[in-house]
Ligand binder design. Structure first.
Ligand SMILES: NC(=O)c1ccc[n+]([C@@H]2O[C@H](COP(=O)([O-])OP(=O)(O)OC[C@H]3O[C@@H](n4cnc5c(N)ncnc54)[C@H](O)[C@@H]3O)[C@@H](O)[C@H]2O)c1
Length: 390
C-alpha cells in the first residue's frame, strides 16, 4: 500500500501543527504547500526540512498545487471564510479533504460544502472537519459512557471557555475578528470546539437563548464574550460561556450531568466521572470518582501535558481520517456534524441580536439567513471601539 500524498493549503499558524501530525503519520507524505504568501510557505517548508523530512513543493494557490501534484488529501488551514470554496475545489479535483474548524465563517457557505461533501461521499471521497477534542481519550471515555446510558438520562451540561486573547492576537492577521473571515468571535473561533463536544454528547440542539458583548477589545466586529442557554430536543439543558476576555485565560471546562452519573472534562483531561452501577441514585449518596478507572493517569486532570500535546490531538484525528479513507467509511467528524456546530454558533448570534430564543433547526434550514446577513454586514460596517459598542 503506497502512502497518501498530502497538500496543505494555508501555511500559517495551525498549518505547522498539521505538518507535525502528517510527518508522524506512517501513511502520509507531505508533498506540497499552497499559500499566496511566499514567506509563509518558506517558513513552513523550512521547518519541515528541519524535521528531517523532504521539503514540500510550494505553490501560490490550491489550483496550482492541484494542477502540479497528484494530491490524495487536501488539508484546508486557511482563514475560516475561505474553507468552503477551497474544500469544494479540492473535492472537485477528486481529492479527500480535511478542513480546519469551523466548517466555514458563513452559514450558507457551510451548508453548500456540507452538500458537496455528501455528494462526494457517495463517490467514495472523505470530507472530514477538524474537531480534535472529540478524539481526546478523556472525551472518548465520557462519550462512551453517555452512549451506553451509564450516566442515566442526560439532564444538563455546563461548558465554559474562559480564554484570553490580547489585542495583538486580533491585530496579528486582518481576518481575525471579522464576520466575513472569522464568522464570529469567541463563540465561533474559540468556542466551537466546545459547542461541538456539547452537541456530540447531548444530541440534537433545539433552541438557543444568548447574550453577547464586546468588552475587552477594540475595533473588532465580533463578540469577545457570550453566554447562552441551549435546550436539546430530548429536554437536556446546557449553559455555554465563551470568551477571549478572561485574563489570563483558564482551562476549558465541560460538565455533563445525568440522572445516574456525572462527568467533568477540564482542559482536555478527565477531572471526575461517576456512572451507574455506583450507589443507588435514588438515595442521597455521594458517588465515588471513577475517573482513575476510565483513562490512563496521563489523561487525568492535573497530569503534566507533553509539549507536543497539540500535535498529538491533531494526529489522533489524522488516524481517524486516514482510516476512513482506507476503509471507505465515514470519518469521525463529518461536514454535516460541523454544519450543525456552525448553526448553533449562529443561533447564539441571532438570539443575542433578536433578544429571543432561536430555533436551531430553523437556523440550519436557512430561515434566518437574511437576518444573519444583516447582522454580519451591519456589525462589520460599525466596528467601533469597545466602550462605544456596549
Ligand atoms: N483546530 C484548532 O485548534 C485550530 C487552532 C488554530 C486555528 N484553527 C483554524 O485554522 C484556520 C487558520 O488559522 P491560523 O491561525 O493558522 O491562520 P493564519 O492567519 O496564521 O494562517 C492562514 C494562512 O492562510 C493563507 N491564506 C489565506 N487565503 C488563502 C487562500 N485562498 N489560499 C491559500 N492560502 C491562503 C494566509 O496567507 C495565511 O498564511 C482557521 O480557520 C482557524 O479557525 C484551528
Amino acid at each position: 500500500m503506497t502512502g497518501l500524498n498530502v497538500v496543505i493549503v494555508g501555511s500559517g499558524v495551525i498549518a505547522r501543527t498539521h505538518a507535525g501530525a502528517i510527518l508522524r503519520h506512517p501513511d502520509l507524505r507531505l508533498v506540497a504547500l499552497a499559500d499566496p504568501d511566499p514567506q509563509a510557505n518558506d517558513r513552513l517548508a523550512g521547518w519541515v526540512g528541519e524535521q528531517g523530512a523532504p521539503t514540500p513543493a510550494r505553490y501560490a494557490s490550491l489550483g496550482e498545487a492541484l494542477a502540479a501534484e497528484a494530491a490524495d488529501l487536501v488539508v484546508v488551514c486557511t482563514p475560516s471564510g475561505t474553507h468552503a470554496d477551497l474544500a469544494e475545489e479540492a473535492l472537485a479535483a477528486g481529492a479527500h479533504v480535511l478542513v480546519e474548524k469551523p466548517l466555514d465563517a458563513s452559514l450558507p457557505a457551510a451548508r453548500r460544502i456540507a452538500r458537496a461533501a455528501a455528494d462526494a461521499e457517495a463517490a467514495g471521497q472523505v470530507c472530514a472537519v477538524i474537531c480534535q477534542h472529540r478524539f481526546d481519550p478523556a472525551s472518548v471515555a465520557v462519550a462512551t459512557r453517555v452512549r451506553a446510558g451509564d450516566l442515566g438520562r442526560v439532564t444538563s451540561a455546563v461548558a465554559s471557555v474562559p480564554w484570553w486573547r490580547g489585542q495583538r492576537y486580533y491585530d496579528s492577521a486582518g481576518w481575525r475578528g471579522t464576520w466575513a473571515q472569522d464568522g464570529g468571535g469567541a463563540t465561533m473561533n474559540q468556542g466551537v470546539h466546545t459547542v461541538d463536544l456539547l452537541v456530540w454528547l447531548l444530541g440534537r440542539p433545539a433552541e438557543v437563548f444568548a447574550y453577547t458583548g464586546v468588552l475587552a477589545h477594540e475595533g473588532i466586529e465580533v463578540e469577545d464574550v457570550a453566554t447562552a442557554t441551549i435546550r436539546f430536543t430530548d429536554g437536556a439543558l446546557a449553559v455555554l460561556h465563551a470568551t477571549t476576555a478572561a485574563y489570563p485565560g483558564l482551562g476549558v471546562r465541560l460538565q455533563v450531568h445525568g440522572s445516574q452519573g456525572s462527568a467533568v472534562l477540564h482542559d482536555d483531561q478527565l477531572e471526575y466521572l461517576h456512572t451507574a452501577g455506583g450507589p443507588d441514585p435514588s438515595a442521597y449518596a455521594d458517588g465515588p470518582d471513577q475517573s482513575g478507572d476510565a483513562v490512563p493517569a496521563a489523561e487525568l486532570r492535573g497530569a503534566p501535558k507533553p509539549d507536543d500535546a497539540f500535535v498529538t490531538g491533531h494526529l489522533r484525528q489524522y488516524h481517524d481520517t486516514v482510516d476512513a479513507i482506507r476503509a471507505g467509511r465515514r470519518p469521525g467528524v463529518t461536514a454535516a456534524d460541523a454544519l450543525l456546530d456552525v448553526a448553533v454558533v449562529k443561533a447564539v448570534y441571532l438570539s443575542a441580536h433578536l433578544h429571543r430564543p432561536v430555533s436551531v433547526p430553523a437556523v440550519l434550514a436557512g430561515d434566518f439567513d437574511d437576518v444573519l446577513a444583516t447582522i454580519e454586514s451591519t456589525a462589520a460596517a460599525a466596528a467601533v471601539p469597545a466602550q462605544v459598542a456596549r
